[in-house]
Design a protein around this ligand. Structure first.
Ligand SMILES: Cc1cc2nc3c(=O)[nH]c(=O)nc-3n(C[C@H](O)[C@H](O)[C@H](O)COP(=O)(O)O)c2cc1C
Length: 178
């Protein structure tokens, strides 16, 4: 099984680190799992215009194709204006309505306001569900204070939630695959 992580930030690193931790936890739980982390800041994904994918640049084609071909997905985003980043929303706009059918789609959010942990439930989960992704019951919100200066997550509760998400994702995907 291959899991692709998508870090939906064009600047900063906290969501990228969060997704990286989930991918590592999945590999620890099941060493046969292959992982890849797509950092959106490394790709020039064009704005969606409604054209077929072939009309867009190579970066856009590459990112959309990698996501389409993954068995499982982990989406990470910093919270901007009590929502997901515009970059991530634009990326999700590329996918047809059944794109994430039979894929488990996990969520990691980072933010500076504790109460915005609900953004994943009310802004990202509905989009992933609309695309037929199976969203686990566990998700991970990481407050800015939970990071050290050297890009590590230093909060035990967050680390437990990361493990719980990783384990639930693998279990759900194995169930789907039969
Ligand atoms: C444009 C902008 C809007 C933001 N809006 C929110 C917000 O509504 N709620 C929140 O919790 N944090 C908000 N933040 C803070 C970021 O979510 C938080 O700092 C995030 O973890 C950034 O990680 P970084 O340091 O890797 O960029 C905002 C940050 C920016 C730049």
């Amino acid at each position: 099984m291959k899991v692709v992580g998508v870090a939906g930030e064009l600047t900063g690193w906290k969501a990228t680190v969060g997704v990286h931790y989930v991918l590592e936890a999945m590999k620890n739980a099941d060493p046969s799992i292959q992982t890849e982390l797509i950092e959106m800041k490394d790709f020039d994904v064009e704005f969606v215009r409604g054209d077929p994918l072939a009309y867009y640049n190579d970066d856009t084609w590459e990112v959309v194709t990698k996501i389409s071909e993954a068995d499982m997905l982990v989406f990470g985003t910093p919270i901007y204006q009590a929502s997901i980043t515009g970059a991530l929303k634009n990326l999700l706009d590329y996918f047809p309505v059944d794109a994430f059918k039979r894929k488990v789609t996990g969520i990691v959010t980072t933010g500076a306001v504790e109460k915005h942990f609900l953004v994943s439930e009310y802004h990202l989960k509905p989009i992933l569900s609309y695309l037929k992704g199976l969203v686990p019951t566990n998700n991970v919100f990481i407050h800015s204070d939970c990071y050290s200066d050297v890009n590590e997550i230093v909060d035990d509760y967050v680390l437990k939630r990361i493990s719980a998400l990783a384990e639930e994702m693998i279990s759900l995907q194995k169930g789907i695959n039969g």
